[in-house]
Ligand binder design. Structure first.
Ligand code: RB5
Length: 143
């Protein structure tokens, strides 16, 4: 089972808590890198903390902010991160199968908890298919 590193800002605090509880309930190891309080903070700090653990090969990441968008933008600046914003389970599964996404980004202001947990389940359950998708991913890095 993969280990998950989870991060959030003030706008993602509540959904982050639900995601952590859901993953722990399912038996996953979860490392919560914060934020832990509903105090205004800067999402790149948490995106970078999670991204560092992911590119170190320690596990996968889940980031939650208001929209998921800022977290994904910040995380994707770190070489080796493939962060995807998902608002539906189909995309969450597809981005694991085809893009080998290693960070899932969620928007607490966009989706409800039930949808979010279904997205998490789809992301966790799917495995990268490799093959032609590996060739395409290799093209992400311009030389
Ligand atoms: C915080 O207000 C909000 O900007 C942040 O959570 C996120 O949605 C940014 O992308």
């Amino acid at each position: 089972m993969p280990r998950f590193f989870v991060g959030n800002d003030h706008a993602g605090l509540s959904l982050k808590a639900a995601v952590v509880a859901h993953l722990v309930q399912a038996g996953h190891e979860v490392v919560d890198l914060g934020a832990q309080e509903n105090v205004s903070c800067d999402y790149p700090d948490f995106a970078q903390a999670v991204a560092a653990r992911v590119v170190a090969g320690e596990g996968m990441g889940i980031l939650v902010c208001g929209t998921g968008q800022g977290m994904a933008m910040a995380a994707n600046r770190i070489h080796g991160v493939r962060a995807a914003v998902c608002a539906d389970a189909f995309s969450a599964r597809a981005t694991r199968l085809h893009n080998d996404a290693n960070v899932l980004c969620l928007g607490e202001r966009v989706i409800g908890v039930g949808v979010a947990l279904g997205i998490v389940d789809a992301f966790v359950a799917a495995e990268f298919e490799g093959g032609r998708h590996s060739r395409r991913i290799a093209k992400f890095d311009l030389r």
